[in-house]
Design a protein around this ligand. Sequence first.
Ligand SMILES: [Zn+2]
Length: 321
Amino acid sequence: MCGRTAFIAYQVARAPVRHDISNWSSGISSSGARGPKPCALLTSTSTVPQRRTVSPTIACTWSHSPTSVVVANADEPLIVWAAQTAREVVWVDTATTWTQDASLCPNCGSNLAREQPDHTAGSGGDWHCTGCDLAQPTADYRVLDGKIIDRRQQVWDPELNVPGAFNISNAACALAAAELMGVDPGTALVGMRTVSAPAGRFATAHFGDTTARLLLAKNPAGWAEALPLAQTQTVVLAIDSAAADGRDVSWLWDVEYERLAGRTVIATGPRAQDLAVRLGYAEVEHRCIPDLAAALAGHPEPVDVIATYTPFQRLRKMGGV
Ligand SMILES: [Zn+2]
C-alpha cells in the first residue's frame, strides 16, 4: 500500500462505520473479533535505474507473502502476477497510464501486449501476455472519467480534497479495502474527503512573500502524475540524491519534462545541475538555483513546487507545514 492510500484508509477508519470496526491497521474490531486484513497493492515502481529488474523482484517477494486478502491494481502486470497467490483478490481497474514497470511477462518472460486505450470512451488499454495465459483480470471496481464504479455497479463521485487522477485510483483501492472491512462506500468516502494535505503533500506554504504549493514526487511514476498538476506559470523543481531520493538520478531521463515547455522553470536542490541538463535536452527554458531558499525567494505570483523526498521535507520545515 502506498503512503497516500494508507493515509486515506486511515481516514476511512476514523469515519463512523457500519460494523463497529475501530482498528483499521490490525483488522481487529473493538468487539475483539478478528476481521479481514486486506493489503492493497498498487505498484512496485522504483527510482532505481534497474527498475525493470527490481520491480519484478519486489513483486516476486510479495507473491511469496502469506497474505490472505488483497486489493490489487489490475492495470499493473507485476501486481496481478504477485497477487495470484492470495486467497482472495479484489481487482481494481485504476485507469493508470503508467506502463513502464513491465514490458515482459513475469510468469514466462514473453512480451506483454497492450491495447491502445480509447481516451474518449475511457475504455481499452488492457494488457495480456503473448506467451501464456496471464492477462488483465476483470475488475471488481473501476475508475472511469474520475468516478469510481463499485462491484454492484454503483457510481461514486469521490469529490476528494486532494488533486490528481492518481488519488482517485488510490481512493478506488481504499474503497474496495473499506468494503472488505464492512464499511459502506458512502461512509468510506466521507472519511476520504477529510484528507487534504497528507504529510504536507499539496499543502500551501509561505517562504517570505512567496506562496508555494508543495507536491511530492518520489519516482518517475510519481513525476508522471505530478507534472500535469502544476498549474502556475513558474514551476520550481527540487531534486536531491540522498538515500531516500535514490542515489542515482538517471531516472530523470524517464520523466517527460517536455510537458513544462512554455513555463518558467527553476531547477533547485543539490542535484539541480543534473536536472538542468535534462531540462536542456527537453528544450524547457529554465534557471538553475541550487539553494532552496534562493529558488523560492521573490515570486510575486504563487508557484507550484515539485520535489523529491528529501528537499520536500526540507521545504515543509522551512514553510512550517
Ligand atoms: Zn506470460
